[in-house]
Write a new protein. Structure first.
Length: 460
């Protein structure tokens, strides 16, 4: 059942965001204007006509003073004092400005905002004052480090607009993130298969559409998991029935083998009978273990012990000789190891080797060779068992260690229930080891490799 709540469209949300940004920009412009005005009002910026006003204020004093007083000239202005016949009496102008001042006196130059002149007539001559009609900072540090006053307002405008847009965007990001929380929480719980929860809602229509889809996904996944659970229960029931049915034929085989052992047999026949009894016991033990695994789905009696590599190698060689001889196959051994320490559960590990060897002889051609390789490296024991059969298919290589996988029927008999390699992989993983499937590159045949970590001494 989907969510019934509705919300605003993302288009409306986006328009609201744009409106918020617009309002923020208007406020930013107003704030820039107020800040610029404050700079003027507190005296940090001198107006452009300030020097001109100072000159006009002192004009009468400059004109009527009996003696020319240089202190009446504003600080940011320069002057030239000419006699009535045009000779220079006194000046603090640069040569370039002097020339322009003389031209202005002669009517050949006009004032501009960047170079302005005022001429004041005195009884003994003329005073020409040069100044600029531009604003300036009262503070020398500001004059050096701040932008020119012509660009100050633009700079303030850019700063405040950026701050406003950033602030508004941050608020909306926080709002949108809050609306995303129900989706993130729902997807996280679904990913963890924690399906006993109520999917939340959002104020945004499109987000609610996604939440509706997540609700449907949750329900579908719940149904799927329930179906898988029922299938697993059915599989467990089948396994329980199978292992229970195995008890009777195993007992018959074992009982008859024990009776046969008491008859007059040759030494070779006694050896084969011993193999039958020993492997009947193994099958019986495996059936019990399989039933326990089926109930608990774990290796409850798993226990790692320190075992010398020599003992493990001897056990593997013994199993390999037994299985190949019974199946009338030849065994080729390549053994090169250092006697280090392994941490293993010897009974479970024996099952792994038994499973791998059983697979190898099952698919090996008659009177072919089973190759057993045992090598130690700096950090691990490598066990490789290969046959000369058809090898693994691409599907086998990909899924061969999955439970109930039976793969290519040409490589599997009707009695193969897909437990061997799956169980072997689980056991090797418990030993912090790895198991690999591959094909023999130099000749036909499948290769199963097992790697187990080695330890240098007992203290490790």
């Amino acid at each position: 059942m989907g969510l019934s709540r509705k919300g605003q469209s993302l288009k409306i949300i986006f328009l609201k965001y744009l409106f918020s940004v617009g309002v923020g920009l208007v406020l930013a412009i107003g704030l820039a204007m107020i800040t610029f005005d404050i700079f003027y009002n507190v005296g940090l910026i001198i107006p452009a006509n300030y020097t001109e006003n100072q000159i006009l204020k002192n004009k009468s004093n400059i004109s009527s003073a009996e003696k020319f007083d240089e202190s009446l000239i504003p600080n940011r202005a320069s002057y030239i004092y000419l006699s009535s016949n045009g000779k220079i009496i006194q000046s603090n102008m640069s040569e370039e400005i002097k020339q322009k001042a003389e031209k202005f006196h002669n009517g050949e130059e006009i004032s501009t905002p960047s170079i302005s002149f005022i001429e004041i007539k005195r009884s003994d001559g003329y005073v020409i004052i040069n100044y600029q009609v531009v604003p300036y900072y009262t503070n020398a540090w500001m004059e050096k480090h701040f932008p020119k006053i012509d660009f100050l307002f633009i700079t303030l405008l850019i700063i405040f607009c950026f701050m406003s847009t950033f602030g508004v965007t941050l608020i909306w990001v926080k709002h949108m993130t809050k609306q995303l929380v129900p989706m993130l929480e729902a997807s996280d719980k679904i990913a963890k298969q924690e399906l006993d929860f109520e999917v939340g809602s959002s104020n945004i229509k499109e987000f609610n559409d996604v939440l509706n889809s997540l609700e449907k996904m949750k329900i579908a996944l719940s149904d799927s998991l329930r179906e898988n659970w029922l299938q697993e229960e059915n599989k467990r029931s089948q396994i329980s029935a199978l292992t229970h049915d195995l008890k009777t034929p195993i007992s018959i085989v074992k009982g008859n083998a024990e009776l046969l052992k008491d008859t007059n047999l040759s030494e070779e026949q006694k050896t084969y009978v011993d193999f039958i009894i020993k492997n009947s016991n193994r099958i019986s033990d495996y059936s019990i273990t399989l039933m326990d695994m089926n109930k608990s789905e774990q290796f409850s009696n798993f226990e790692l012990k320190k075992v010398q590599v020599t003992k493990v190698v001897e056990k593997i060689k013994e199993l390999a000789k037994e299985i190949t001889s019974v199946n009338k196959l030849m065994l080729s051994e390549t053994i090169n190891f250092e006697d280090r320490i392994l941490m293993i559960d010897i009974k479970l590990f024996e099952r792994v080797i038994q499973n791998i060897l059983s697979n190898a002889v099952q698919y090996a051609p008659e009177r072919s060779v089973i190759e057993l390789t045992l090598i130690t490296t700096n950090s691990k024991l490598e066990i490789s068992i290969s046959d000369q059969g058809k090898g693994f298919s691409e599907e086998d290589l990909e899924h061969g260690m999955e439970q109930f996988y039976r793969g290519d029927k040409s490589r599997h008999s009707s009695i193969n229930y897909g437990f061997g390699l799956y169980t072997s992989a689980q056991i090797i993983a418990l030993h912090n080891g790895k198991i690999f499937l591959k094909n023999n590159l130099s000749e036909a045949g499948a290769v199963v490799m097992v790697e187990l970590p080695l330890y240098s001494n007992l203290s490790n």
